[in-house]
Design a protein around this ligand. Structure first.
Ligand code: ZN
Length: 65
């Protein structure tokens, strides 16, 4: 199993995207940071395929700070 990401963005911005999870109680928790949308979506797919009955999604981090 390779652990390297498939993305080709050179990880310049290591926290551009976040992976979030919502559990059965409606609690939303950020579980991982990702360097780009492709990476984030790949993580979402992996988490979803593990079969947890929870909702995962990728979300861009706002630059409003
Ligand atoms: Zn990337």
């Amino acid at each position: 199993m390779e652990s390297t990401a498939k993305c080709s963005c050179a990880k310049e911005n290591l926290a551009a995207y976040e992976v979030w999870r919502q559990d059965d109680n409606g609690n939303q928790v950020m579980i991982e940071k990702a360097c780009c949308e492709a990476e984030a979506l790949d993580r979402v797919r992996l988490f979803t395929e593990r079969g947890h009955k929870q909702l995962y999604w990728a979300q861009a981090v706002s630059n409003s700070r």
